[in-house]
Design a protein around this ligand. Structure first.
Ligand code: HEM
Length: 304
């Protein structure tokens, strides 16, 4: 899978080379670096799709005949089998649809989660005292004899609050994803004709002092209730955007981030190379906002 991740990262880098060519795509043939990027995207995407196709074929060979599916591909294939058995058809479900979905999930889920983890590390380097609090929590709840698991999540509100504050301040998707209206609409006294592009200003929701006192400050405590439990409903917190097309990977992403942070904090301490806190957590604009690259740091194994 690391091979696919590398290939996809190359696709992203090459897409940036082609950014300016959208109004006149044929111009790529006149500029060799753009043509090379274009051809490499095609090659890499073909390899990614082929790897996923092979994975689907492998799943077909080992498909559980009954009981629980092992993963998404199994679940989808089992549903297709069930439809076939009943002699029914569903226009939304097909093997090619499955392959496309897996490519989409892999691509969308990989970049966002990887950047969020890098943001977590950057915020830890900026706030050593917060890192210590996270370590105290994991030591108290899990100790050092076993690896943290999702069962520990409810007893580790500070780790959850930390990941939420990282998602608030990293502005991974500052304007969500643009959507186009399919019919005329009247909203708040304004008329929006069919075909209007809408964006959700997530950045403003996350930085609005009305909802977040001192919004620039990194403060996981804002996601904790007075009794120390983690807040579940925070209407102005929208890292996964909102509405019908909001991120379908939200719960998976939160699980992954929790596990990474809990395991990192149990095993390691992250330090800057100077020994002083990293001065500032600033991002670089790309398809998603990502942390500056490269930022160097030291990883010390914790002695328990
Ligand atoms: C920290 C991690 C993540 C963040 C911040 C994030 C954020 C977002 C945002 C802002 C959108 C746009 C919603 C809209 O169109 O209004 C989105 C869409 C989407 N995300 Fe995520 N995401 C994350 C992780 C994941 C993961 C792990 C997966 C799947 C494995 C995933 C799958 C998707 C898919 C399929 C869509 C498109 C949904 C649709 O158009 O109906 N995301 N995500």
């Amino acid at each position: 899978m690391q091979g696919i991740v590398n290939k996809y990262n190359q696709v992203l880098a090459d897409s940036r080379v082609l950014d300016g060519f959208h109004p006149a795509p044929n111009l790529v043939y006149l500029w060799p670096p753009a043509l090379r990027a274009y051809r490499r995207i095609h090659r890499n995407m073909t390899t990614i799709k082929k790897t996923i196709s092979d994975e689907v074929e492998e799943h077909k060979k080992n498909l559980p005949l009954s009981g629980e599916p092992n993963d998404y591909i199994d679940a989808y294939l089992m549903e297709l089998e069930e439809l076939k058995r009943r002699g029914e058809m569903d226009h939304y479900l097909s093997e090619s649809g499955l392959r496309e979905n897996v490519v989409d999930l892999f691509i969308v889920g990989n970049d966002t989660t990887a950047h969020s983890i890098r943001w977590c590390v950057l915020f830890l380097l900026c706030h050593p005292q917060i890192q210590e609090k996270l370590q105290v929590e994991v030591d108290n709840v899990v100790g050092s004899d076993r690896t943290p698991s999702l069962k520990d999540r409810n007893r580790m509100p500070y780790a959850q609050a930390f990941t939420m504050e990282v998602l608030r301040l990293s502005h991974l998707g500052p304007l969500g994803v643009p959507h186009e209206s399919t019919e005329d609409a009247d909203i708040a006294g304004y008329r929006f004709p069919k075909g209007t592009t809408f964006v959700a200003n997530v950045w403003w929701c996350h930085m609005n002092p009305k909802f977040w006192p001192d919004p620039e400050k990194f403060e996981p405590e804002r996601f904790l209730n007075p009794d120390g439990s983690v807040k579940t409903k925070v209407p102005s917190f929208l890292p996964f955007s909102l509405g019908k097309r909001q991120c379908i990977g939200e719960s998976l992403a939160l699980m992954e981030l929790f596990l990474f942070i809990a395991i990192f904090m149990q095993k390691f301490t992250f330090r800057t190379t100077t020994g002083l806190p990293h001065p500032k957590a600033e991002g670089v604009d790309s398809i998603t906002i990502k942390p500056p690259k490269p930022f160097q740091f030291l990883v010390e194994e914790r002695k328990h």
